[in-house]
Design a protein around this ligand. Structure first.
Ligand SMILES: [Zn+2]
Length: 51
């Protein structure tokens, strides 16, 4: 099964990963590089939704 997970950043960027861990890592990297912001695991996980 390849359901995948997504996080929609408030800036409009949609991040996708094959699983929750992957999309959390994507979101943390995006937040750091684009928004100069540290996103905690917990914050990122609360933003994920399966697609
Ligand atoms: Zn963003």
């Amino acid at each position: 099964m390849m359901s995948g997970h997504t996080i929609e950043c408030p800036c409009g960027t949609v991040l996708r990963g094959i699983d929750e861990d992957a999309v959390v890592a994507e979101a943390q990297s995006h937040a750091r590089s684009v928004h100069d912001m540290d996103l905690s695991d917990e914050q990122a996980r609360s933003m994920t939704h399966p697609n």
